[in-house]
Design a protein around this ligand. Sequence first.
Ligand code: HJL
Ligand code: ZN
Length: 169
Amino acid sequence: MDHEKFMRLAIAEARKSPPKPTNYCVGAVLVDTVSNKVLSTGYTLELEGNTHAEQCCLAKFAKANSLPEERVGEALPVAMQAALYTSMEPCVERLSGNLPCLDRIIRTRDPASRSGIHTVYTGVTEPETFVKANSSKARLRESGIECVHVAGFEAEILEIATAGHEKKS
Ligand code: HJL
Ligand code: ZN
């Protein structure tokens, strides 16, 4: 598995996100790790409304499979060993009150069949500008989802993610 290649794709998605002072510009890629095929991509604010990268990625894949987003896991059979690459770890809380991406990822799982997203690859941990102490990695692991940090892209990812933020002097 070429983790760096898919993380670069996630970063390329993040670059498409319109800068906004109240969130981060993030990119996400859903991959079938058996065929190495990209199943879907997403970036922050890609879909209508106040949408996150992971949310857009899953919602687009759900739509392509004629499923509501809540049931996207049904299109991710165990044989795919589905992985989600996201430039920033998934949110566990959103100041807007929208459903966090952590919950959107966990609900893809069917513990009985072990289908759904198996692994989440992250590029950076979430800075504490909006929400303190993001606990996504522990929470993913508790749900049987592996969590792997892809090192080496942190500076680039944070620069893109905070593009719309006021610079501290
Ligand atoms: C991740 C995204 C995105 C964030 N994190 N992983 N992907 N925008 O696409 C996390 C940050 C929230 C704020 C504001 N950002 O975005 O904590 O308005 O953006 O729901 O808490 O919440 P809203
Ligand atoms: Zn999110």
